[in-house]
Design a protein around this ligand. Structure first.
Ligand SMILES: *[C@@H]1O[C@H](CO)[C@@H](O)[C@H](O)[C@H]1NC(C)=O
Ligand SMILES: *[C@@H]1O[C@H](CO)[C@@H](O)[C@H](O)[C@H]1NC(C)=O
Ligand SMILES: *[C@@H]1O[C@H](CO)[C@@H](O)[C@H](O)[C@H]1NC(C)=O
Length: 344
């Protein structure tokens, strides 16, 4: 059976807060769980070795890799990256870069991350594999898996797999000046909304293919990283508060967005098609047969559905949303939740 809930993990690199938000779901220990990785240089195991870019986006030379591998692999560090450790903890082999020639077996997952990539196509455009392209590669992998394993087994693998993301730092001009002109055209809030909108599109794309377990990292406070501190006027060693406040806004909005998506998708076997109506997705609003179209279908088990009719959620969906409004923490309802308003 394909998994029914959606699992989202928000990790903050700095605090290492690994709050799992997601419904309970059984998991047998023998189950094979693959790892698919998307994102930027924090996770790139060497994809940029195989694209036409410049050395600014590559780490395939000494002393990168010297500690663990003893040779440069393309990873932007002296050794392993977070996905390498995660694959070890999950008893998987090292997850290979998708673009490495000869990598065709995706049963343990594969890594699409590309140093310099952002959620927006504009970020380091022409030098990196942007997130949309990474997703298009994932779709090819899915096809290949169905070809190799058959539809049923591929579906099972896809729904059991963990999808790990590190995206966003390259979208903010703090870190990269390449898209600062693009950045300046929008308000901070609009811009963050666009970054998260693009990230969400990819998440939903993977969800629609069958992915259910997602891990995202918050952006670290780049404003305090050596490369940003040296750009600060006065050479005082202070962090860039301008940069950090942008990243904090991103992180706040990211956790809000993930919670919102989760409350939309969690626990509903069917979050796309309505329970009552007709046509594709039962998107024709004929529920009850009173509005011109007489024919309509009614689902058997309404508690599996997010939408009751073509545009309105089911009671169960409303209940989940109401719960969030009533007692959600500050990530969802700011600065108060409704319970607090009733108690004032
Ligand atoms: C790689 O990029 C450079 C500079 O953008 C370009 O001149 C060259 O033709 C490209 N090479 C290939 C093989 O695409
Ligand atoms: C995705 O980013 C593009 C800019 O690259 C923007 O025009 C678009 O509105 C964004 N999409 C969403 C859903 O936010
Ligand atoms: C309806 O779906 C819910 C949730 O998936 C499940 O707990 C329940 O047993 C189902 N009822 C029937 C009659 O299938």
């Amino acid at each position: 059976m394909a998994s029914t809930g959606i699992y989202l993990l928000a990790v903050c690199i700095v605090i290492l807060n690994t709050a799992i938000t997601g419904g309970a779901h059984y998991r047998s220990p023998e189950r094979h769980v693959a790892l698919f990785v998307f994102g930027d240089s924090l996770y790139d195991p060497g994809n940029n070795n195989y694209i036409n870019t410049t050395t600014a986006y590559q780490a395939n030379f000494w002393p990168y890799g010297e500690t663990f591998f003893g040779f440069p692999t393309g990873r932007f560090s002296n050794g392993r990256l977070i996905p390498d450790f995660i694959s070890e903890y999950a008893k998987l082999p090292l997850i290979e870069p998708y673009l490495k020639p000869g990598v065709h077996n995706y049963a343990n997952g594969v890594n699409f991350a590309s140093g310099g990539a952002g959620a927006l196509v504009e970020s380091h455009h022409g030098f990196v594999v942007d997130l949309k392209t990474q997703f298009s590669y994932y779709k090819k992998v899915e096809k290949q898996l169905r070809h190799n394993l058959g539809d049923r087994e591929a579906k099972e693998l896809i729904s059991q797999s963990v999808y790990l993301f590190s995206v966003g730092s390259n979208d903010y001009p703090s870190h990269s000046t390449s898209n600062s002109g693009f950045f300046d055209k929008y308000s901070t809030k609009e811009y963050v909304g666009m970054v998260l909108g693009n990230l969400t599109q990819i998440l939903k794309g993977i969800y629609n293919i069958g992915g259910r377990k997602f891990g995202f990292v918050n952006l670290p406070p780049f404003g305090c990283f050596p490369g940003i501190k040296i750009l600060q006027p006065g050479n005082t060693g202070a962090c860039s508060e301008e940069v950090n406040s942008l990243l904090k806004l991103h992180n706040r909005e990211l956790s809000k967005t993930l919670r919102a998506i989760q409350s939309q998708l969690k626990g509903f076997k069917e979050a796309e098609t309505a329970c009552c109506g007709s046509g594709r997705y039962r998107g024709v609003s004929s529920c009850g047969g009173k509005s011109g179209v007489k024919e309509f279908e009614l689902c058997d088990n309404v508690s599996d559905y997010f939408f009751f009719d073509s545009v309105h959620p089911t009671e169960k969906a409303y209940e989940q949303l109401a719960k969030l409004m009533w007692s959600g923490d500050s990530g969802i309802t700011e600065p108060y939740n409704l319970k607090e308003l009733f108690e004032f």
